[in-house]
Design a binder for this molecule. Structure first.
Ligand SMILES: [Zn+2]
Length: 90
């Protein structure tokens, strides 16, 4: 049996949504600490979407635009940004 791994597909999608939002939202700090805080907060608001894939397979080319979860992801990202903006930990 080939080695497999469990991946939360929500993770790369939220990370991408955070990156894209921080490029537009200049009022928000985009240092590594704040980016990770925003990503972690948003992920905690969203249901995990675990899948099992071959070990080492990277989830690439995330198509956030066509994702059925896009509205939920963007709402969580904006809520997380507001929280980190009010209480930055860097
Ligand atoms: Zn920061």
């Amino acid at each position: 049996m080939a080695a497999v791994q469990m991946v939360n597909r929500m993770e790369p999608m939220v990370a991408q949504a955070v990156d894209e939002t921080l490029v537009r939202e200049k009022k928000v700090c985009s240092c590594e600490r704040c980016r990770h805080d925003i990503t972690a907060l948003a992920l905690n608001m969203l249901p995990p979407r675990y899948v099992v894939t071959p070990l080492g397979e990277v989830v690439t080319n995330v198509d956030l635009q066509s994702s059925q979860w896009k509205a939920d992801i963007m709402m969580a990202v904006y809520r997380a940004i507001e929280i980190v903006r009010g209480r930055p930990r860097h």
